[in-house]
Design a protein around this ligand. Structure first.
Ligand SMILES: [Zn+2]
Length: 460
């Protein structure tokens, strides 16, 4: 795969920088003091009531109980009755391909990506890792986003993922820029071509897509071994879409760094748990993917939630509530497998969490119209609680653990002195009911309020 990356990249940066729509930020000297807030700091510590947060230059410079002497000229905001939690980090998403009820590389424009980054932000998601479905223009968008030049969630990306010719990811998914090496030598060369673009991880698909491809169409171990080896030679970690326990074992033996979905065909055995711990392999369960696969069949309680509707692309609500769609799910030969997959995924999450494996939040939102960008992240936390974690644990996974996975924990992921003032202001306590992470009053980024929540831009 050869593309004229650098010309388009330069062009895109120019376009994106000039189209910047961020409201004029408060002056760098502006000190903001939030008083009487209840802080859920993302580290797993209990909620701390009556806290004062002092923000200067976009960062938290003090976070203390009670009151502080407020410097003249500082802006003071009373947060009585509000809960502050760090903004969410989603370590498995896709951007730009979704538009209306379609998923296609043709939808991938700077405008579409920017719109979706804004949507993520409206739902309190500060940072996302897009898993290998970019178009060439996406490289410049990622770079501009990381440089703070475009509004919305910050985009990290695997850029172009690695799949199998005639198999995963399916052509029907509409992802046109995928490496599909047929030999280890080709795989190595492809990684060498991709590495100068600095993908944040290397993404591979190792799956038969619910049995829709033959076993011999699953990426062969010699291919992913070559990909992982070359990724490591460039200092890049490898992440795999996977499904089966047997593939997980082989991928771990091959040096995998990140499992980008749950193992869903069988309960994880002690050997794999121990090996994942020993090798510091991170695990991204994407439970909401499994839930969304069949949930629409039975009119789930959240179906009429205006925030769910707001997270959908135009036309998708009518699609998923139609009798035809329900019938399609109930008749699909894949549905029984998907229904069995979720409880196994929940159990495996609990096992790995209790063993001390690094778990980060991911959703696979944006890869299909039925998985809503923004709402999925909140559903993901609720499913973690259903798996047996506490809301406090789910929030840490959604925030600090994601920052650790991305290697940005010195800057993001928790509300602590010195870190960026990126947080969500909630009207209701998420520790008494995890669904309250959706009671978003405001979203702050770099010490500035950037959104009034999910109903601001996308009410349908
Ligand atoms: Zn994905």
């Amino acid at each position: 795969m050869k593309t004229a990356f650098f010309t388009t990249a330069f062009l895109a940066i120019t376009i994106l920088a000039s189209a910047r729509q961020t409201p004029a930020p408060a002056s760098a000297q502006q000190v903001t003091v939030l008083t009487n807030a209840t802080i859920i700091d993302g580290t797993g510590s209990n909620a701390q009531p009556h806290m004062t947060v002092v923000i200067d230059g976009g960062r938290i410079i003090r976070i203390v109980p009670g009151k502080v002497v407020i410097r003249q000229g500082a802006v003071q905001i009373d947060m009585t009755g509000k809960y502050l939690m760090p903004s969410i980090i989603d370590c498995h998403t896709h951007v730009g391909n979704l538009k209306g009820t379609t998923t296609s590389g043709e939808n991938y424009t700077p405008e579409n990506v920017r719109r979706q980054l804004q949507k993520f932000q409206d739902f309190g998601i500060a940072t996302i890792l897009s898993m290998g479905t970019e178009q060439p223009i996406g490289v410049a968008i990622r770079d501009s986003s990381k440089a703070g030049l475009i509004p919305g969630a910050t985009l990290y990306s695997a850029i172009y993922g690695f799949g199998v010719k005639g198999a995963m990811p399916p052509e029907s998914a509409g992802f046109t820029h995928i490496y599909r090496p047929e030999t280890p030598e080709e795989a190595t060369k492809d990684v060498q071509e991709l590495a100068p673009l600095h993908p944040d991880v290397i993404k591979m698909w190792v799956d038969d897509f619910y049995g829709q491809y033959r076993q011999d169409q699953i990426m062969r171990p010699e291919i992913y071994t070559a990909i992982i080896k070359e990724a490591h030679a460039h200092g890049i970690r490898a992440a795999a879409h996977l499904y089966y326990l047997s593939d997980a074992h082989r991928l771990v033996d091959a040096g995998l760094d990140i499992m980008a979905h749950s193992i869903r065909d069988a309960e994880i055995d002690d050997t794999l748990v121990a090996e994942m711990k020993r090798r510091h392999i991170a695990y991204i369960p994407t439970l909401s993917l499994d839930e969304f696969a069949f949930a629409y069949e039975d009119d789930p309680v959240w179906l009429t939630d205006p925030r769910f509707k707001a997270s959908l692309e135009p036309g998708v609500y009518d699609m998923v509530t139609s009798a035809a769609y329900k019938e399609k799910i109930s008749k699909s030969t894949v549905t029984p497998q998907e229904k069995m997959a979720l409880p196994i995924a929940l159990k495996n999450l609990l096992t790995l969490y209790r063993a001390g494996v690094l778990i980060a939040l991911g959703t696979d939102a944006g890869a299909s119209p039925i998985r809503a960008q923004g709402f999925s992240e909140h559903m993901e936390m609720a499913l973690m609680v259903r798996a047996g974690l506490t809301p406090l644990e789910a929030i840490r996974i959604a925030t600090l653990n994601g920052a650790r996975l991305l290697g940005i924990e010195t800057d993001q992921g928790s509300l602590e002195k010195g870190k960026k003032a990126d947080f969500i202001v909630l009207d209701k306590d998420p520790l008494t009911d995890i669904h309250n992470t959706l009671s978003i009053d405001a979203v702050w980024k770099d010490g500035i309020k950037v959104s009034d929540g999910p109903l601001t831009h996308y009410q349908q």
